[in-house]
Design a protein around this ligand. Structure first.
Ligand code: ADE
Length: 246
């Protein structure tokens, strides 16, 4: 996959793209990142990329020309590849694991990151395919938000995570939160690992994990569960574990 980032602050990406899994993904050839300062595409003498809003008001607005030209240049002559042009902004659709999975199927992602300013509406209407928000809060720019999306997409690409299974078992990819994990020692200062995990009975362990996953989701994120769609056994389990706590 090719990932292009258009920003006025390219230095913000250096550490993130060159560390840990994102670095490994590049080394393996699974992904190629390219960070471009779109000020380089401004056609005016002072390399200005924003201007005052028509109709007045506070703040500056990013002008269409540098971003349109930059995106066209980055597209190159690869007309037929699967590509998205993604605008990071608080008004966008809220990011989910489902969206990351969808984006991980593409060949080329181009992220547009504004800082302080608004975007001229023609960028939204005629250049962008997706607008994404990482949550209902406002950051100083789209850079950190785009790094969140890039991280989440990269780890889903084939062969990026060593163990193929580990992405599938994550919180959210199954629709539920992940079950608890334990490692040695079996008894740490009197805090014990649940017996079932030491039993060696894999079917029992799997069942315990599924139930813990369901319980944790029900307690922390009930909005992710349709109680009526659970099996009678699952409903009974949740009710009894709630009663146990009361
Ligand atoms: N830019 C500023 N705030 C943002 C947010 N919450 N998500 C995406 N981009 C943003």
């Amino acid at each position: 996959m090719k990932i292009d980032i258009l920003t006025l602050f390219p230095e913000m990406f250096t550490g993130v793209l060159n560390s840990s899994i994102l670095k490994k993904a590049q080394d393996k050839g699974a992904v190629e990142y390219r960070v471009t300062d779109f000020r380089d595409f401004a056609e005016n003498k002072h390399r200005k990329v924003d201007d005052y809003p028509y109709g007045g008001g506070a703040g500056m607005v990013l002008t269409p020309q540098p971003l349109f030209d930059a995106v066209e240049a980055l597209k190159g002559d690869t007309k037929h590849e699967r590509r998205r042009v993604i605008l990071m902004c608080p008004q966008g659709e809220r990011l989910t694991q489902r969206k990351l999975e969808e984006l991980s199927e593409e060949d080329h992602l181009i992220f547009l990151c504004g800082h302080y300013e608004g975007y001229d509406e023609r960028i939204r209407e005629h250049l962008v395919t997706d607008e994404i928000s990482i949550g209902d809060y406002v950051l100083t720019g789209g850079e950190l938000a785009s790094m969140v999306v890039i991280d989440g997409v990269t780890r889903l690409l084939p062969e990026v995570l060593g163990n193929e299974e580990s992405a599938k078992q994550d919180s959210h990819s199954s629709g539920l939160l992940e079950h608890p994990h334990y490692t040695r020692p079996a008894d740490f200062r009197g805090m014990k690992v649940p017996d079932v995990l030491l039993s060696g009975d894999h079917a029992k362990i799997e069942k315990w994990r599924q139930r813990q996953s369901l319980k944790r989701t029900y307690e922390r994120r009930p909005d992710l569960i349709e109680f009526e769609n659970l099996s009678t056994e699952e409903q009974r389990f949740l009710k009894s574990s709630k009663e146990d706590e009361e």
